[in-house]
Design a protein around this ligand. Sequence first.
Ligand SMILES: O=C(O)C(=O)COP(=O)(O)O
Length: 309
Amino acid sequence: MNKKILIIDDLHPTFKEKAIALGFEVDDLPLITRAETLAVIKDYIGIAVRTKFRINKELFDLAPNLKFVARAGAGLDNIDETIAAERNIQLINAPEGNRDAVGEHAIGLLLSLMNNFRKADSEIRNGIWDREANRGYELKGKTVGIIGYGFMGQSFAKKLSGFDVNVLAYDKYKTGFSDAYAREVSMEEIVKHSDVLSLHIPLTKETKQMVNEEYLYHFKKPIFFINSARGEIVNTSAVINKIKEGKILGAGLDVLETEKFPALNEQSWFDDLKKSGKVILTPHVGGWTFDSYRKISEVLAQKLEEIKL
Ligand SMILES: O=C(O)C(=O)COP(=O)(O)O
């Protein structure tokens, strides 16, 4: 059997080295375009990707020999999982490789929001010394609501453990998961008690636009909101409205409903996000650290070894 793998994204060399050691032939072409990929994919039994483009029916139709897709990251939303399952194409991913990065980044966003780091810093640079407007909140004693208790949610909960917070977690697909770091609760309890809301769920048909006006309306207390999952889970205009109403005290967004320029400039909500002192934006780097770059490749290589071909 031909054992060729095509790497189409920037992956740490560990993956390639391990794959070669396992007897695979590897073409490492991080700059390959979609059209070029479609032209050659028939020759490969495996493809390794990050989020460069969608691995969908068009690609699967041209890939009769494809046995697996290796996603160098956590989210599988850029891969058509249904078609892959129908065609017995296995999916492996590496959330174990970037969970620490995401957990730490979410903590960073939260502390920065609660202490106005971004706003205060830019005020000083503009000659403003305003202590009162930059008075912060402490995490201690607050209730943090986590939606989604997989690798990322668990990592965030664990990183919170030194802050003396009450951590609640809801996961639609799991029960009995209370641990030393979080207590399993219903969505209603999250909505009722949380001072902080952090999303750690995948983007699916069900979660798309889940955090909208109606959802946010039900929160009993003003919240700090963190999204390091996927932008399309959130209706950004609703978040802006809730910031204006004082129901969201701050929003830390590592992911946006529309990402990258120039598309971002076209969004009606982007100006409001930019102007708000209560918003911190990062360019989808929560899971993308120098450390996770290597760890993701190590995890993926380990899973490649275990895959049944
Ligand atoms: O691991 C994930 O799901 C991420 O969001 C990281 O995205 P990336 O693979 O760096 O485009």
